[in-house]
Design a protein around this ligand. Structure first.
Ligand SMILES: [Zn+2]
Ligand SMILES: [Zn+2]
Length: 434
């Protein structure tokens, strides 16, 4: 039995490293043994303690404050929560939560942790990751993926390694796999899964999809699967080893994201043809109506994700790569792909400069070095004309596992969620674990 006691609780880190936070308790809450209703509050770090102010009145100093809801409709809001940290969609917003919220003092800063049952957490995750106007079967597939991802952490089966480097002269190969958090199980941002409060639940459809699939997990060989997902594969999904460590995950294969079988990329010529073409892939959908029903409003700001292009002057590129990598290449002369996965994503790229040449990988590190934020993906080709570098690319994200936009389009073509899941995760099964 993976979950001996039935549905587990999950602890979600909402805020970390801040010096103060403000919010509002709507409906009845118990706060430090006292019942309060509809009150604004503020928590400020002062020395080794957290000072709590309720309705402008200082209540006391403590290492920890806990707000426990006393009714089903009680909600706690927090102002100024950062989402999309270090990505191009970074911003702060006000978020609304259910369940118990505790504020902890931790090494001179404060942490806010929301504890709630796993299924309630999933209702918010599925609404935060995608628009809850998306097709039902897609939302169900997403619920199973999100549940499996979180369930694997709660069952202590996650074994990610954070960052690895192969210290060979002239090489810089890193990856950033998931690593745990000390004070809670998962954070609420893109590092784990987006958990942006109940304000994202607009129609109740995402919550319904979670209820319809309650307790269902993706299983392979008796264990919960490491169910990775990304925004758009670009026509073909990627292998685990192009993004993280070089092991084979038996249920993560490179598969076509379409009715037709697109062949895997084997060389530079094929990469060029693939990236310049617009194959009839599920995630290559152009209809705005479909995208509007799938993506949250701030993800819709990224318009061309299936095939895209960015242009840099040599000067811009040289300055940016120096800043992002901390390496002085002199003048950048060329970007040469050395190894690509079957989706066309580069996982070893040689950067040639007038002072030195360096090999960089894997896919995320390449995307970090070649953009002020992150390049949409590492499936790209580079054309240099005079002092202009044109980077043409395909897809959005690492490309491993389930393609969110592709899966949503499949659902709009009447694929049910079990068929969608077995397409992206071949040879897995679904089991109800509570
Ligand atoms: Zn996290
Ligand atoms: Zn796709």
């Amino acid at each position: 039995m993976i979950f001996r006691d039935g549905e587990p609780d999950i602890r979600v880190g909402l805020v970390e490293g801040e010096k103060e936070i403000e919010g509002f308790l709507e409906g009845p809450y118990e706060l430090d043994g006292i019942l309060v209703t509809n009150v604004p509050f503020r928590v400020v770090v002062e020395g080794g303690r957290l000072v709590l102010t309720v309705k402008g009145e200082v209540k006391g100093k403590s290492k920890q404050w806990t707000c426990t809801p006393k009714s089903d409709v009680s909600t706690l809001s927090l102002s100024g929560v950062t989402i999309g940290r270090k990505f191009h969609w970074e911003r702060t917003e006000k978020q609304l939560f259910r369940g118990t919220v505790s504020f902890f003092w931790d090494e001179g800063a404060l942490i806010a942790v929301n504890r709630l049952p796993l299924e309630q957490y999933l209702e918010i995750v599925v609404s935060s990751e995608m628009s809850d106007r998306a097709p039902e079967e897609f939302l169900k597939a997403h619920a199973v993926i999100a549940r499996s991802w979180a369930g694997r952490i709660l069952s202590a089966e996650a074994d990610g390694s954070s960052m690895e480097m192969v210290p060979r002269e002239g090489e810089f190969i890193r990856w950033y796999d998931w690593t745990g958090h000390g004070n809670f199980d998962v954070c609420g941002d893109d590092h784990c899964q987006r958990y942006q409060g109940i304000g994202r639940m607009k129609t109740g459809k995402a919550a319904q999809a979670v209820r319809d699939t309650r307790g269902l997990f993706l299983i392979f060989a008796g264990k919960i699967c490491d169910a990775r997902y990304h925004k758009a594969c670009g026509g073909r999904t990627e292998l685990f080893s192009s993004a993280w460590d070089a092991r084979e995950v038996p249920y993560i294969k490179s598969v076509s994201c379409g009715e037709r079988d697109f062949s895997a990329i084997g060389n530079e010529r094929e990469a060029e043809d693939w990236i310049r073409s617009h194959p009839p892939a599920f995630c290559g959908v152009k209809e705005k109506g479909i995208l509007e029903s799938i993506l949250n409003e701030y993800d819709r700001e990224t318009e061309d994700f299936f095939r895209w292009e960015v242009t840099y002057s040599r000067e811009e590129l040289t300055a940016m790569v120096k800043e992002k990598s901390g390496i002085d290449f002199g003048r950048i002369e060329a970007l040469l792909p050395l190894a690509r996965g079957p989706s066309g994503r580069i996982y070893r790229l040689e950067i040639r400069g007038s002072r030195r040449n360096v090999i960089v990988g894997k896919e995320l590190e390449i995307r970090r070095w070649l953009s002020p934020t992150h390049l949409l993906s590492s499936a790209f080709i580079v054309k240099v004309a005079g002092d202009t570098f044109r980077i043409k690319g395909a897809g959005w994200g690492h490309g491993v596992g389930l393609c969110q936009i592709g899966a949503a389009v499949m659902a709009s073509l009447d694929w049910d969620f079990t068929r969608i899941l077995s397409h992206y995760f071949p040879s897995t099964s679904l089991y109800r674990l509570y």
